[in-house]
Ligand binder design. Structure first.
Ligand code: NOJ
Length: 532
């Protein structure tokens, strides 16, 4: 067992970060919110986050945006969309979060802007523009949301690249002026007092600007596999950009952090984003996509720790986010892993089984060394909403895929806070996506104080984690193949039963994801134990 933690351990090395998807967290804007969450809504729910016991909040984009991609189409990097509030709301949110001991991360979207960003009209040379080939686009690349990755510039023979929706033209990061402008954007948010930034789609910046064909056959409309480890992405030169961001952040005191969204081919490629002098941490998509199978989970833990060891960066772990099928639903299906951006509604889910596994997966994740990301609502055990009416779907994937793929709206349904009927305390208006009536039992209010609730489990796990898990020691224990068992220093052992038979336990049970009758751990259950 080794402890690779440096002597000084900044907060982000083992932080539990809670993702707030701003449109769907909480709404305070009575009468003017259009059923969207907002910054005042987040401020009002900070007590929930403090009671939960997380260390930080990552807030998805709240900037002015036409909302072609839920705010990831940014029209002004230094403003706030009036539907979400004002810059003063951001300042107040940061101050109030700090008063409660919570750090705040904002989201930076550098690969593309909104087509309505003034830069696109004023200085198109900041974007990737090329002449077409014959009557067609410059190459065969497809967008992550389906359809060609190129659209014609209005009134011109040139085409612009959009890795995502046509309303999201890609910036050309080989252009020094783009780099300079983003230095300023970073400084703007750091000056405002945020504790760090989550950076969107970083490997897409490092695209091969010689624009070689990717070889997608015709009809490959939505090929999520083209996203992961795409040969056109993740070029070495992206790390010059990353190092530049890091040097800007290093100008600031107070352990600010850069978190990379690096969807790449495996942990070694991801580790390159957190090599010394680059970002501080990176999301772990290999963990997010791992199926509920012991060998796969063990392999992802080993591969993550091995890939990161030479960098000195901490591991991160994550089960859900605003782009993926919620893990309660995923784990109740026959096929429990997902491809990147789990757009496929997939096979039917046994939600009782899924919830049992989701609770066990949470104890597994929260016992691993490093930092963890929670997605809003997972502390309530929310499932994916798989039956949203088609006419309400807003994710661009729906239209761009034919429509064949329902996209990501099912994990973005506004949270249920209280009461027995929609909008469940989310706000004064009908939420932008309808909440299922069955969520009455899943509200934060309904779960508060219930010893068996998922909310109570998360609160207890986060409290114990703070008490018992100071360092980064980790070692596997001898265990049967269908069991994951590891020890974290003298204080804690985590055992997860992924088999079909109950498993006798040794040690005192500190916390378990479900009932542990007669000191035997049932299938699909996890326990934290004292180390005998
Ligand atoms: C990743 C974000 O998480 C996703 O929601 C968005 O659609 C793409 N990047 C494009 O910005």
């Amino acid at each position: 067992m080794s402890d690779p933690s440096p002597r000084e351990s900044p907060w982000w090395r083992r932080a539990v970060v809670y993702e707030v998807y701003v449109r769907s967290f909480a709404s305070a804007g009575a009468g003017r919110s259009h059923g969207l969450g907002d910054l005042a809504g987040i401020r009002g729910r900070l007590p929930h986050l403090a009671d939960l016991g997380v260390d930080a909040v990552w807030i998805t984009p709240f900037y002015p945006s036409p909302m072609a991609d839920g705010g990831y189409d940014v029209a002004d990097h230094r403003g706030v969309d009036p539907r979400f509030g004002t810059l003063d709301d951001v300042r107040a949110l940061v101050a109030e979060a700090h008063d409660r001991g919570l750090r705040v991360l904002t989201d930076l979207v550098p690969n593309h802007t909104s087509i309505e960003h003034p830069w696109f009209a004023e200085d198109p040379s900041l974007y990737v523009l090329r002449p077409g080939r014959g009557d067609g686009p410059p190459n065969d690349w497809i967008s992550a949301f389906g359809g060609p990755a190129w659209s014609r510039m209005p009134g011109s023979d040139l085409w612009y690249l959009h890795t995502f929706a046509p309303e999201q033209p890609d910036l050309d990061w080989s252009n020094e002026e783009v780099r300079r402008r983003f230095d300023d954007v970073l400084r703007f948010w750091l000056d405002l007092g945020v504790d760090g930034l989550r950076i969107d789609a970083v490997p897409a910046i490092g695209k091969d600007l010689t624009l070689p064909d990717a070889g997608h056959g015709p009809g490959a409309l939505f090929a999520s596999s083209s996203w992961v480890g795409s040969p056109q992405w993740d070029g070495d030169w992206v790390h010059d950009v990353v190092a530049r961001w890091r040097s800007v952040v290093d100008e600031y005191p107070g352990d600010r952090v850069l978190v990379s969204e690096s969807v790449v081919a495996g942990p070694e490629r991801a580790a390159r984003y957190v090599a010394p002098g680059r970002m501080h941490t990176t999301f772990n998509f290999d963990h997010l996509h791992a199926p509920w199978e012991p060998a796969a989970l063990r392999a992802v833990v080993d591969a993550t720790l091995a890939a990161l060891a030479p960098t000195g960066a901490p591991a991160t772990w994550v089960l859900s986010n605003h782009d993926e099928t919620r893990h309660v639903t995923r784990f109740g299906r026959r096929s429990t892993g997902v491809g990147v951006m789990g757009f496929d509604a997939g096979d039917p889910s046994d939600l009782a089984l899924g919830l049992r596994r989701a609770r066990a997966a949470a104890l597994l994740m929260l016992a691993l060394p490093g930092s963890a990301y929670l997605y809003q609502g997972e502390e309530l055990g929310l499932p994916e909403v798989t039956d949203l009416p088609e006419e309400l779907l807003q994710d661009p994937t729906w239209e761009r895929s034919g429509p064949t793929s329902r996209g990501r709206d099912g994990c973005r349904v506004p949270l249920p806070w209280s009461g027995s009927a929609p909008p469940f305390g989310f706000g004064a208006e009908d939420p932008w996506l309808p909440q299922p009536a069955s969520w009455a039992d899943l509200t934060a209010q309904a779960q508060d104080g219930d010893p068996t609730s998922t909310l109570t489990l998360y609160r207890a796990a986060l409290r114990l984690r703070r008490e018992l898990l100071a360092g980064e020691e980790f070692g596997w224990d001898d265990a049967p193949a269908e069991v994951l068992s590891f020890t974290r220093g003298p204080g804690l052992r985590c055992v997860v039963n992924l088999g079909t038979e109950p498993l006798p336990l040794v040690g005192e049970v500190l916390l378990a994801s479900g009932p542990v009758p007669g000191d035997e751990l049932p299938p699909d259950t996890a326990a934290w134990l004292t180390v005998p």
